[in-house]
Ligand binder design. Structure first.
Ligand SMILES: [Zn+2]
Length: 324
């Protein structure tokens, strides 16, 4: 459906961003540009953190083009350290300033409307950039993007004692501990000690404890099946992952293995080799999930089974440039 012109515009924009901004951000932007081509905002805020798919109920207030004040319910679709995408019924103009209030934390911050990304039955989807970076509106700690290069899994976790939320990057060992316990013991800056961390729930107001975890008893820690010094060591881990592809419903799958370079899963769906996708691993249907750009690298069909084994490679910045 994408016309050649749309695609060229998207590609040029992508290449410009790749030069200006963090390259991984550009790859994400490119994937987003191809997915959501309803109305292209003129610019996107530079992303300096991962993008979390997380539904948080908020209030958005401001003044419309007739000078009438509005104060309406909205919710986040994605959020990052310095921006968000919001679903809101109110029409917003590019460059307009709005106040976003997060009632559960009793916090608010001013945002600039970057542009409309699309529409859903619930309302319009807008990209917004936070104006006052000093306000910690979401209450989520974001590690520097540079830390994300050497990870096999990304998720949002919450401290079980103080409820602080952080984007957490898991290495080969940590992802196996998480697989076994659905929790991790890690230091909490707020509690100033090591505490038990679990998947953060998507709607922070209805956070429910998950089934009792095995606890942080380190004797329950599994022996890593494959941990080495080699780059892209594959860990045989069965983890929920979500595959997002433009024009298709999300597919939740179980991984066969994960590595820093990608992952492998089985599906009855015949993915096309080379297709751009976005992947979240580990994925939680009730949780806050982090999607990163990737592509389908290999598709193997087991003879006559109609079950495919799909290999996925995360898109490296230099690769994204070469293939665009
Ligand atoms: Zn804590």
């Amino acid at each position: 459906m994408t016309s050649q012109v749309d695609f060229r515009v998207a590609r040029e924009r992508f290449q410009r961003y790749a030069q200006e901004a963090n390259q991984q951000d550009a790859a994400t932007l490119f994937a987003q540009t191809r997915t959501e081509r309803d109305e292209m905002p003129e610019e996107f805020p530079k992303r300096r953190s991962d993008r979390i798919a997380m539904a948080i109920p908020v209030r958005v207030s401001g003044t419309d083009h007739d000078g009438v004040n509005f104060d309406v319910d909205a919710r986040t679709v994605t959020l990052s350290r310095n921006g968000a995408t919001l679903i809101v019924k109110q029409h917003l103009k590019p460059d307009q300033e709005v106040k976003v209030r997060f009632p559960r934390r009793a916090k608010e911050a001013m945002f600039r409307v970057v542009g409309r990304i699309g529409g859903e039955s619930e309302g319009y989807v807008y990209g917004v950039a936070q104006l006052d970076a000093a306000v910690d509106l979401w209450g989520i700690g974001f590690p520097p993007m540079a830390d994300s290069k050497r990870v096999v899994g990304r998720l949002v976790m919450a401290c079980s004692e103080c409820n602080r939320q952080e984007v957490v990057y898991l290495n080969e060992l940590e992802i196996q501990v998480f697989q076994a316990n659905q929790s991790l013991s890690r230091p909490c800056g707020a509690c100033a000690k090591s505490t038990l961390w679990k998947n953060a729930a998507s709607d922070s107001s209805s956070q429910k404890p998950t089934a009792a975890a095995a606890g942080d008893d380190s004797s329950s820690m599994p022996q890593p099946s494959t941990v080495g010094r080699r780059r892209n060591t594959r860990v045989n881990a069965k983890l929920m992952a979500c595959i997002r592809q433009p024009g298709f419903a999300d597919e939740v799958v179980m991984t066969e293995n994960v590595s820093r370079g990608g992952l492998c899963f089985k599906s009855s769906k015949a993915y096309l080799s080379g297709s751009p996708i976005e992947v979240s691993v580990p994925y939680s249907s009730a949780g806050a999930n982090i999607f990163v750009p990737a592509r389908v690298a290999h598709v193997f069909e087991k003879a006559g089974d109609k079950i495919y084994r799909i290999g996925v490679a995360y898109i490296k910045p230099e690769e994204a440039l070469r293939h665009s």
